[in-house]
Design a protein around this ligand. Sequence first.
Ligand code: HEM
Ligand code: SF4
Length: 530
Amino acid sequence: MGEQKEKTQGLNAAEQAKLEKDGLDVVQDIARFAEQGVTALTPGDIERLKWVGLYLQRPKEDGNFMLRIKLPGGLLTTAQARVIAGISRDYGKNGLDITTRHSLQFHWIRLEGLPDIFGRLTQAGLTTLQAAGDCPRGIVVNPLAGIDAEECLDAAPWGEALYQFFQNNRDFSNLPRKFKIAITGAPHNSIQAELNDISFVPAEKRESGKILYGFHVLVGGGLSSQPQLATELDLFVLPEQVVAVAAAVAAIFRDHGYREKRNHARLKFLLNDWGVEKFTQELLSRTGSLQPGGKRITGTWNGGKFFGIHPQKQAGFYYLGLAIPCGRLTADELQELAGLAERYGDGTLRTTNSQDILIPGIAETVLASLKQEPLVKSQHKLQGTMTAQAITCTGKEFCPFAIIETKAFAARLLAQLDEAFPEKLPLRIHVSGCVHACAQPQIADIGLQGTMVMSDGVAKEAAEVWLGGTLEQQGVLGRKIAGKVPVDQAAATLVRLLSLYRDERLPEEPFGEFVKRTGLLDKAVNEWSK
Ligand code: HEM
Ligand code: SF4
């Protein structure tokens, strides 16, 4: 008892909940929770429910939950999509959100429904285990893995190996904080590698005239209140070494990461204190020797967006990238997409970490009739729009942390901007409801982050604004403009800013470059003061 007390001293409440009981043990409590209801839950139970993907949704007193399904590689069979649609209809008010780690979220879930929901998911080969909590989260894999005409390595088998290794693995079920892993074998960095705790990106080495493909390793990325892009280590990792390297980094995090303050616990804080050299040495002491870095294979960053019909690497086959505005769709829409995938594709769907959906495996012979489908035709109006490019988090509708509502606000704002700029500006707008940065505002051309502002003595919803973020080349975080824009003035303010971009940009000049060249940040500050 005394020893336990000593052990928990100085630890935050989440750490204490994990010491009471491993997060993975919550699986055994589900039947009891379903019987006893939400009022019987202890704070520790609520914390541990994250390990099966459950978060209390706002308002917490109502006892409704958000439930996140982990989709390894974003892969879904159409049969699985139908099961998800069915659960959404029966328990989730017909709604679904796609997340920035290509997971799917239900809302409105009650504890009483869990035995049936988990039963249906398990039978369909789906899981929510470790979709949240202080453990390895959903592993982001290039959404085109295996069909990507640009990839030098198919990341899918290695993403699957990582998933199999970490899933339900008690060596890594109590980390100091969430642990985000991503892997791609393609140059377009669709996985947003720099935002993860560890990511694997394609690299090459030339050995006696031959090209050897492997991965470079990035560590210590993360956003939230102290955003930081991951650092590339001087290592070249062969595909079959990926799991060992990820395991070693996770073990360093587990053994040396900080457990005192929740907002000072991610791997990035340890990396910053240790420095890259010490971190690499510790890693090598666990993995054994690894080769020094080769040449990273980079291309044009695509923001993870794959809109329209494109050829696959398999000759004669195509994939269709559908924009899902604000990452939100209904169960009926998912079911309709499953129908399309069955009729035209290979019977699978892929969710993307840019909150969209792909239908792969479409034979050239059926392309013409696919294009005549009403759902596909309805996508034409989204082509090149800001609506199709945007990313949004859950926001105040459901998220207890949120300061502002995001999905409806973003949809309105984007519609107004698309109308104001019919010539279509290549612009990525990300809207996050609070400082946690779930919509990754710091890598957006324009990132909005929820806050409040006093106006005539009344507190109003507002946004802080980040400009010029990108993961092009090695990436740069956007810079925050001083001041706040009330939500009801956001459209007018952004129309003024974007008019400058439309009128003064060089041909094909990306927004980030324009911001740098013209000092738009300072101009923007003047706009604010008007
Ligand atoms: C009820 C809903 C949600 C809750 C309670 C929640 C909670 C959080 C919290 C507490 C953080 C900060 C973590 C940290 O500092 O390390 C965070 C970060 C994040 N969340 Fe969420 N989240 C929710 C929904 C979402 C959704 C819908 C998405 C995707 C659209 C998402 C993706 C992310 C991402 C990408 C981060 C960035 C953190 C980083 O890499 O540093 N979350 N979330
Ligand atoms: S950014 Fe904030 S408001 Fe949005 S989902 Fe994340 S925690 Fe919630």
